[in-house]
Design a protein around this ligand. Structure first.
Ligand code: NAD
Length: 473
């Protein structure tokens, strides 16, 4: 940091999604003298960022945006202009998984990163610091450098940094305001270190210097994939143990409590569930698997692939338990799904276990009623329609309905399945006696998130089946 470096005055963020929007809004709030412009090709998304109805739900986000919007924070579709003006550009575009059947497997689709990189290269008339914010495979900075240098105007130089984002949806704002660490990777050159120092200054407006870590760019890229792989691995590990609990009489909550007290293990991310979801865990592990395969490390690839396979298994296993409890047939039975988001406090449904469960239930000819407090109805239909099947919606709507409340979803249902751990589904919040009265008998509850007090519900009359605990049947 004690090296001469440029002071950043204008920032552009390409990609106004779950990461670019909140991250750069916090940067703008904490750096009132820096102009921050967040751009996106999606005009509807930008319009929404400029309105009172932000395009994503995150606790605390409204206040953060309101504080700076129009002062030093701008949302725009003017991608080119923002690139030209900026000293520092975050590339925060989507990096979905692609599968073409060619090559080693499920690779990260870097098409959006490459398009944004080319656009920067073509437009830049002054030096730029280009920051990988998207989660990318290790050595992507090298591809970006080649593209930037091959297309640069004479005299324009680019420095590339990796600055992966560790926020979790649902707690994005508190994660950004109090991060465990900020990671900045740079090339090990004088210019690289100077660029890292410029970005470090931006974060140092609110993050203690000791928590801003600089390292080589490849380590930084890999650290993001590794961190998500570790987190997902813990969930798959506890879920694998939940299957043993159900078969033996052990209780997964007790097992995770006992293990978590070991300071080498720690208590976080040891909660059993129907499976992890979200746009990142599966994608980033598949990214790591692909990377390992392309580096001719099949055993390493196989090791990490197991984490994803276990997650798929958990969803199938839970569904099979539901089917067998409901006397081995779901035909014509009504299943109420409580929660469609991949976790609480977000409206995001990407890779949500609920999507997979509903598909399994449909295949078993069940009728499904879904309630989620935050997910938009249109999103649910989009998630459930099979891609490419044009008239899927009418068939879907014969089998699936969306309810306005948990009570409505459970009306005349044979079973309630808890898929998301929303606070409002707890038995201290919902009136489960009312729910029980409205259901067919025997009334089943399948708790896929360990949010319910089994004893209390059994007293009402429910048959309760919980992940990681032996069942009644
Ligand atoms: P997102 O899909 O919500 O947002 C990406 C946005 O980029 C989209 O709105 C898209 O229209 C826009 N975009 C794509 N190409 C563009 C271009 N050339 N010009 C302008 N805009 C363009 O994705 P996200 O969830 O914000 O994730 C972004 C990246 O951050 C991914 O690599 C992801 O893996 C990573 N990440 C996500 C999370 C998370 O919790 N969602 C956390 C950490 C890291």
């Amino acid at each position: 940091i004690n090296i001469p470096h440029k002071k950043i005055k204008k920032i552009c963020c390409i990609g106004a999604g779950y990461v670019g929007g909140p991250t750069c809004s916090v940067i703008a709030m904490k750096n009132p003298n820096v102009q921050v412009t967040i751009v996106d090709l999606n005009a509807q998304r930008i319009e929404s960022w400029n309105s009172d109805e932000l395009p994503i739900y995150e606790p605390g986000l409204d206040e953060v945006v309101k504080e700076s919007r129009g002062r030093n924070l701008f949302f725009s579709t003017g991608v080119d202009q923002a690139i030209i003006e900026a000293d520092l550009i975050f590339v925060s575009v989507n990096t979905p998984t692609k599968y073409t059947g060619i090559g080693a497997g499920y690779a990260a689709d870097l098409g959006y990163v490459e398009a944004a990189t080319r656009q920067i290269a073509w437009l830049a008339t002054s030096d730029k610091i280009v920051v990988e914010k998207s989660t990318v495979p290790c050595r992507t900075a090298q591809s970006m450098r080649v593209i930037l240098e091959a297309n640069a105007k004479p005299g324009v130089r680019f420095d590339i940094l990796s600055n992966p984002e560790f926020l979790a949806e649902g707690t994005a704002i508190s994660d950004l305001i109090k991060p465990d660490r900020v990671l900045i990777g740079s090339l090990d050159t004088e210019e690289g270190r100077a660029a890292a120092a410029s970005l470090a200054d931006i974060y140092a407006s609110w993050v203690p210097r000791g928590q801003i870590i600089t390292m080589n760019v490849w380590s930084s890229e890999l650290s993001k994939l590794a961190a998500n792989a570790f987190l997902a691995q813990r969930i798959s590990s506890i879920n694998a143990l939940s299957a043993i609990c159900e078969a033996t009489g052990a209780d997964i909550d007790e097992v995770s409590y006992a293990c978590g007290l070991d300071s080498r293990i720690g208590p976080k991310f040891l909660k059993a569930s129907v499976g992890f979801g979200g746009s990142c865990f599966q994608k980033d592990i598949l990214n790591l698997v692909y990377l390992s395969e392309s580096l001719h490390l099949p055993e390493v690839a196989q090791y990490w692939r197991q984490v994803v396979d276990m997650n798929e298994y958990q969803k199938r296993r839970f569904t099979n338990r539901i089917i067998s409890s409901l006397f081995n047939t779901l035909t014509g039975k009504k299943i109420a799904i409580f929660g469609f988001a991949f976790k609480k406090d977000t409206g995001d449904t990407r890779e949500s276990p609920a999507i997979t469960l509903v598909k399994y239930f449909r295949a078993e000819k069940a009728l499904v009623s879904i309630y989620d407090p935050k997910v938009e109805e249109s999103q649910i239909w989009m998630d459930l329609c099979e891609p490419g099947i044009v008239d899927d919606l009418p068939a879907l709507q014969k089998q699936v309905s969306i309810a306005a409340s948990a009570y409505q979803a459970a009306e005349k249902a044979d079973a309630v399945v808890i898929c998301t751990e929303w606070e409002e589904f707890k038995d201290t919040r919902l009136d489960y006696e009312q729910i029980y009265d409205g259901m067919k008998k025997p009334a089943f509850i399948f708790d896929g998130r360990l949010v319910l007090n089994e004893k209390r519900l059994k007293k009402i009359g429910f048959k309760v089946e919980t992940i990681g605990r032996p069942g009644e049947s």
